[in-house]
Design a protein around this ligand. Structure first.
Ligand code: ADP
Ligand code: MG
Length: 244
């Protein structure tokens, strides 16, 4: 693959809102419309998550977890209410600014690891920095450091297919962290893993939490949710426990 050459510039640092919660939802609703039918998937959600918290979002199928995750992740817009992410009012932003805040403030981990199979681990991990226009030498250095941090310092050059499921998910966590986002947002991150790899990834989350990372983990599995410091329960589009 040809080396990507992008102009390098010093991106402005994200605004510092040191005492702001990472997540602050007030009165958030989400209405899906198809034809003349409207469905209110979130019906007035208040949720505050402070810096350094490790929170699990739990709920049965259809309760609104994915809708909430899409809003938290700036992947979808809300219908009513307000959302401040690391102090920024997300409701005021257009598509381009949403993509920008997503890239700066959020590291995503999905059930499917979403790694590019033809690229070695370090190339997968540096991708968010390519979009962030960090120059090549620094990207490589930071990707290596992130892989080191998740215990894969000796696997930089391996392609995803040469790694176990647990190792692939750790590559995905390294990719999520490489841009130093305010929030690590994980959607069923152990849904595709056997029990050994699940243990592996949850231990990594424990370590990241101990280092002060803010983590939101969406799951329908009680044993996974119990690893978090707080459990937020969603039911029928409402938070029924743990919103604090
Ligand atoms: P969960 O992730 O907890 O299973 P979802 O957030 O996916 O729940 O869905 C919550 C509710 O909203 C469900 O009743 C679902 O059918 C409905 N829903 C989700 N997405 C859409 C959509 N795009 N259009 C219409 N209804 C939707
Ligand atoms: Mg879902």
């Amino acid at each position: 693959m040809a080396e990507l050459t992008l102009p390098y510039y010093d991106a402005p640092p994200p605004p510092t809102h040191e005492n702001e919660p990472v997540i602050d939802l007030v009165g958030v609703t989400k209405t899906y419309t198809s034809g003349s039918i409207e469905f209110e998937a979130l019906r007035g959600v208040d949720l505050r998550i402070e810096q350094g918290e490790y929170v699990a979002v739990m709920g049965p199928s259809g309760s609104g977890k994915s809708t909430l995750m899409n809003i938290l992740g700036c992947l979808d817009t809300l219908t009513r209410g307000t959302y401040h992410l690391a102090g920024e009012d997300v409701g005021e932003l257009d598509e381009i600014d949403l993509a920008d805040i997503r890239n700066r403030q959020i590291g995503f981990v999905f059930q499917q690891f979403n790694l590019l199979p033809s690229l070695p681990a370090w190339r997968n991990v540096e991708l968010p920095l390519v979009y962030g226009r960090v120059h090549a030498a620094e990207r490589r250095e930071r990707a290596a450091a992130a892989l080191e941090r998740v215990g894969l310092g000796d696997r930089l050059a391996n392609r995803p297919g040469e790694l176990s499921g647990g190792q692939q998910q750790r590559v995905a966590v390294a990719r999520a962290l490489v841009g130093e986002p305010a929030l690590l947002l994980a959607d069923e991150p152990t849904g595709n893993l056997d029990s050994t790899s699940t243990h592996d990834v949850l231990s990594l989350f424990d370590e990241l939490h101990a280092q002060g990372r803010t983590i939101v983990l969406i799951t329908h599995e009680a044993e996974v949710a119990e690893r978090a410091e707080r459990i937020v329960r969603v039911r029928d589009g409402l938070i029924v426990g743990g919103a604090a």
